[in-house]
Design a protein around this ligand. Structure first.
Ligand code: NOJ
Length: 749
């Protein structure tokens, strides 16, 4: 009775408040959370911490059923098990895209049952909308993160966040498992392409912009949605390159390379964090109290909730052998700081945690803490205020503006790596042979989490989006011949390709990878498939000019082919508009401006990052990738000059301003990214030869010049010192832009 009264008073208080400040809003949410928590039974609390896969409440073959919901199962999940969250699509692992109206009906059925529950706590529906609303039919699917990074254009990442949140919400969904803030410094890893590449500053900039677009001012707004930072932390750096295998990351490297992305994500307001599925230094992510509490909450000030990755709590027992039983696994993970379990196929977590709580092995205070965090995000997301999809489909799904933004992102993502004798752009009258396994597929440009989990079901792809071949055919009047198969693995008739090559002006050779994600994408080597090399070698023998185009998530080794080709265009995963955008570039309708977000390796073991240590480029050691980080040509030329610093000396704690001029010295309008690198000349811990600290992308007409200004902060000059604290040391620094270097001193106080 007492608690009910308290709840009423608090609710009244909340309702009476309007036009309140952010701080007061927080207080209101806090009051609502505490009032609700006070009414909850232990079962209801443990249920909130449980996330199940849709298949648990789906009929058989739910992906094709008109109504995939098994009402009895859904009611059991929500009314008896009180589950807090659902993820995925009706059939896992064969997740498949669903029409938007069906999504709205499915999520409505869930909202309707939640509304019948005792406390009417909404279910939070999570989805991997990693490059747009992945599982909603015909959604706008952007370039994947590696390609978004290649745009060096945070405005486009912001736009992607906006469009994704809007389409997720129009689908009736609530919560997006994106952005990936892992740093991509292990090119063999099958999820490299889900990252923003090897550089910390670039990843921080693009990831933060994405979150801001996705959240707007308030992610409770109808067209906004909460994000989830993943996979905290160190997941992206497996020593052997295979997914979900150990990383060995010392504290300094962790703080310097792997934490800043998450720190930035927390600062940008991401309210949820997904835990690293693997392990760092022998400690699985899901039991790492130090990372989940001391660092994430203590140092970064994260206030939201953490969610496990797929089945990873039970894997502490079944795989990692840290726990002696499934029960102990639940206890370890919850006590380490995991707030929600992506179980995902049963109620084992619910049953075990309930029992652990009843016996006091997991204290109630810990349950209350986790549940408060989850409820807080539900309130902050506006879930309690809505009983139907937040947005209409009309005007919010596949708008012309969203499609145009996607096309622009794809254009800016594509990297012109080589262009001998200006063979590109091609004439639209040229006769062209198009061949190679990535020439006529949409899947190879989209990657995993596209329509299906692995993204490989080509026949489900939209019919109105052109492959590279189709886009070339649409754009040109010359003869275009294709020699290739229908599927990635179809054998290409090399003899026929060679015969045809002789009869055309130029060959567009499209190589690369098929689509994949997660462990299914593990490979033994970065070498290209031997058959692709055979095709390339046979074509080169006849001496016709070759334009090499690549698609795929990892930098497969193309050195031999790239050296012989007249032009090389790196597509990575430019998304649904990739074919059209690639044709725009090949024929000069778009001037390329993409820059490499990774160092493109020369050979399989050439794994040296651009921000390597001096020792990695000393004596016979070299940084000698096929193409360096930041590389990317244009059809025009740019020159940077006049690099100037605001001062020669600054005091500790001061900023320094950098000025540089950039000029379009060619004959075409184009976009250039000006990159500012910093080097701490001598320090008590070895420092990278250079680190990107700022960049700006601008468009210039032929002959036009612009002066750009940047400000470098003490944070930019800092590093993780001997005692693991972030410090700035006095001494000399070099600022590098283009071919110029300027020096300044940080002076002791
Ligand atoms: C496993 C993946 O590691 C993670 O990125 C994803 O969000 C979850 N599964 C949910 O699908």
């Amino acid at each position: 009775m007492k608690t009910k009264l308290a709840f009423l008073i608090l609710s009244l208080f909340v309702v009476l408040e309007s036009g309140v400040s952010a701080e007061e809003t927080n207080d209101n949410v806090e009051a609502q959370v505490q009032a609700l928590l006070a009414q909850m039974s232990l079962e209801e609390k443990v249920g909130q911490m449980t996330q199940i896969d849709f298949s648990v409440v789906s009929v058989l073959n739910g992906e094709v059923a008109d109504n995939p919901i098994d009402q009895a199962k859904l009611e059991d999940a929500i009314l008896n098990r009180h589950i807090g969250s659902i993820l995925n699509t009706p059939t896992t692992p064969n997740n498949q895209t669903q029409p938007i109206e069906k999504w709205r009906r499915m999520t409505q059925a869930i909202r309707d049952v939640a509304a019948k529950s005792r406390l009417k706590i909404p279910v939070l529906y999570g989805i991997d909308a990693i490059h747009g609303a992945t599982y909603t039919e015909n959604a706008v699917l952007f370039p994947q993160a590696i390609s978004m990074a290649a745009t060096f254009n945070p405005d486009l990442a912001f736009k992607e966040g906006e469009v994704t949140a809007r389409e997720v919400k129009a689908s009736g969904l609530d919560w997006n498992f994106m952005p990936v803030m892992d740093i991509g410094r292990q090119p063999l890893w099958p999820r490299l392409w889900e990252t923003y590449g090897e550089d910390v500053h670039l990843a921080v900039t693009m990831g933060s912009a994405y979150i801001h677009g996705h959240h707007g001012d308030d992610f409770a707004d109808a067209d906004k949605a909460p994000t989830c930072l993943k996979h905290y932390v160190g997941y992206s750096y497996p020593l052997n390159g295979k997914d979900r295998t150990p990383a060995w990351i010392g504290e300094r490297a962790l703080r310097e390379y792997f934490l800043p992305g998450f720190e930035a994500g927390v600062k940008a307001g991401a309210p949820t964090v997904m835990v690293n599925s693997a392990e760092v230094d022998g400690i699985p992510g899901h039991v790492n109290h130090h990372y989940l509490n001391t660092i994430l909450r203590g140092e970064m000030g994260f206030k939201g909730f953490t969610v496990s990755d797929w089945a990873d709590i039970s894997r502490l027992y079944t795989r990692d052998k840290l726990a002696a039983s499934p029960r102990e696994a639940v206890k370890m993970a919850v006590m380490a700081g995991v707030d929600m379990s992506m179980v995902p196929f049963d109620y084992s977590f619910y049953d075990l945690l309930l029992d652990l709580a009843k016996t006091g092995e997991v204290p109630l205070s810990r349950i209350d803490e986790a549940v408060s965090r989850i409820l807080r995000v539900k309130y902050q997301s506006g879930l309690f205020d809505r009983h139907e999809p937040a947005l209409d489909v009309e005007g919010n799904f596949v708008t012309d503006e969203a499609v145009a933004a996607n096309r622009q992102a794809a254009r800016e993502a594509i990297i012109l790596a080589k262009n001998d004798q200006h063979i590109l752009p091609l004439s639209k009258q040229a006769s062209i042979l198009v061949t190679g396994p990535t020439a006529n597929l949409l899947s190879v440009m989209n990657g995993g989490w596209t329509i299906t989990w692995q993204g490989a079901t080509e026949h489900l792809y939209p019919k109105d989006k052109p492959t590279l071949l189709q886009a070339i055919q649409q754009k040109t009047t010359g003869k275009v011949t294709y020699v290739g198969g229908k599927n990635f693995s179809d054998e290409i008739n090399i003899e026929q390709a060679v015969t045809q090559a002789r009869q055309h002006d130029v060959v567009i050779l499209a190589l690369g990878e098929k689509t994949y994600t997660e462990t299914e994408g593990n490979i033994e080597s970065l070498h290209l498939d031997p058959v692709q090399l055979q095709l390339a070698r046979a074509i080169f023998e006849i001496g016709k000019p070759v334009v090499l185009v690549t698609f795929g998530g990892r930098p497969r080794i193309i050195t031999e082919v790239a050296n012989k080709a007249q032009a090389v265009v790196l597509g990575f995963l430019p998304g649904m508009e990739g074919g059209a955008a690639m044709a725009d570039i090949l024929f000069g309708d778009t001037n390329p401006s993409g820059k490499l977000p990774i160092s493109y390796p020369r050979d399989v073991n050439d794994i040296v990052m651009y921000d390597h240590k001096p020792i990695e480029a000393f004596e016979s050691n070299q940084y000698r990738p096929l193409y360096p980080f930041g590389h990317g040509l244009s059809y025009t030329t740019f020159q940077t000059s006049g690099l100037r610093l605001s001062k020669d000396n600054i005091a500790m704690g001061e900023n320094i301003d950098v000025t540089v001029k950039v000029k379009n010295t060619g004959a075409l309008t184009g976009k250039e990214t000006v990159m500012v690198y910093l080097h701490d000349v001598a320090a008590s811990v070895s420092r990278p030869v250079k680190q990107l600290k700022a960049f700006k992308k601008i468009e210039l007409k032929p002959g036009a010049e612009q002066t750009l200004q940047f400000s470098l902060t003490p944070q930019d000059m800092s590093f993780i010192g001997v005692d693991m604290r972030r410090i700035v040391e006095p001494g000399e620094f070099e600022v590098m832009v283009g071919n110029e270097v300027a020096r300044f001193q940080v002076v002791k106080p």
